[in-house]
Design a protein around this ligand. Structure first.
Ligand SMILES: Cc1cc2nc3c(=O)[nH]c(=O)nc-3n(C[C@H](O)[C@H](O)[C@H](O)COP(=O)(O)OP(=O)(O)OC[C@H]3O[C@@H](n4cnc5c(N)ncnc54)[C@H](O)[C@@H]3O)c2cc1C
Length: 310
């Protein structure tokens, strides 16, 4: 099989998820920005033709299609759990991460870390404070409409550039395109987000700095320090109680299978105490679901994305 030079074989995935579990990917492509003439252009179509990450996305996609491989698009891996047996397809790791200002907007490539956007407060760039400490990328935050401390990521989205498998297209935000931990990208698994235009509010940088620190401290005081993928379950629509509280009320904090444990700090965070396996987390997920169903009649639904054979 002939494959592009940026595609590698048998790459262990544990290091590409904040949970630190998972076997190898058969194929793995790092999509990076390499500057070429014209890639700085403000004209989207000129950049599309010139910036090599656009070319890499197309080439990797073509390679997968020609060889009948499934594709999994990976950001920071802070919301995914890979199977112990790994993934029998091509992982597309979105590493392009340039962020720049265009007039009063922010243009961020899909692999840019949300935490890097937040630090733009030095420029008086407000409206992003609630995302302080969110470990994912712009692509991941758009895909799952990440939300925290009173905000959701689509609040700041204006326009998204994505690859639909054949063409690069743009999408202007409309209300029906997003919801609680959901976006239109979840209904279109083949779409690959490459870039987004985001809005911000010009604010006093001292004020933004203060609020960003407050949120970061709040997050640190509530969340465990051991490796995790954030909240395992969505908050159920049929209850005013959060998924974490429901699990806590079942007395499951500290419940352990192997080295996977339901956190003492936050019952919706399951942590890796070192050397845990994906199957241990699956067992814990089953336990939490069955206890909450029995006690409250509520079926919890996973927020995290499971990749591979479970
Ligand atoms: C300590 C901790 C705290 C967290 N706190 C929060 C929180 O407060 N609120 C919250 O909502 N989440 C939280 N999370 C979860 C996670 O950080 C977010 O869901 C984040 O937005 C995921 O981004 P990512 O880049 O890591 O995505 P990944 O985990 O890499 O991927 C998640 C999904 O997005 C898809 N995806 C990623 N990039 C693209 C792309 N370019 N195009 C198409 N699809 C793509 C993937 O295919 C996958 O299905 C937390 C996680 C941790 C570890």
């Amino acid at each position: 099989m002939k494959f592009p030079d940026f595609v590698r074989r048998n790459i262990p995935l544990a290091g590409y998820s904040t949970l630190g579990v998972g076997g190898p990917a058969d194929y793995f492509a790092d999509i990076k920005r390499i500057e070429t003439d014209g890639s700085e252009s403000e004209d989207y179509h000129i950049r599309e033709a010139k910036a090599t990450f656009f070319v890499s996305v197309c080439e990797a996609h073509k390679f997968a299609k020609e060889n009948g491989l499934d594709i999994f698009v990976l950001g920071r891996g802070s919301n995914v759990m890979f199977a112990d047996s790994g993934f029998r397809g091509l992982v597309l790791h979105m590493g392009m991460s340039r962020v720049h200002f265009q007039n009063d907007k922010l243009i961020a490539e899909a692999g840019a870390l949300v935490s890097d956007l937040v630090t733009l407060y030095e420029n008086g760039c407000g409206g992003l404070e609630c995302f302080a400490g969110l470990p994912g990328t712009v692509g991941g935050a758009i895909y799952g409409n990440a939300g925290c401390f009173g905000g959701q990521f689509w609040d700041i989205v204006e326009k998204i550039m994505f690859f639909d498998g054949e063409y690069f297209r743009t999408l202007k935000k409309r209300p029906e395109m997003f919801g609680y931990r959901w976006s239109i990208f979840k209904d279109n698994p083949g779409w690959i987000i490459v870039e987004a235009r985001l809005k911000f509010k010009l604010k006093d940088s001292g004020q933004v700095t203060k609020e960003t620190k407050r949120i970061r401290n709040l997050r640190q005081s509530k969340q465990p320090k051991s490796p995790s993928v954030g909240c395992i379950f969505k908050n159920p629509a049929e209850s005013t109680l959060s998924a974490g509280l429901l699990i806590d009320l079942c007395g499951l904090k500290g419940k352990r299978i192997g080295s996977a444990m339901i956190s003492h700090e936050h019952a919706n965070f399951f942590v890796n105490l070192g050397g845990a396996k994906a199957r241990d987390f699956i067992e814990l997920i089953k336990i939490a679901k069955s206890h909450v169903l029995k006690k409250f009649g509520i079926l919890l639904k996973e927020e995290i994305i499971l990749v591979g054979d479970f």
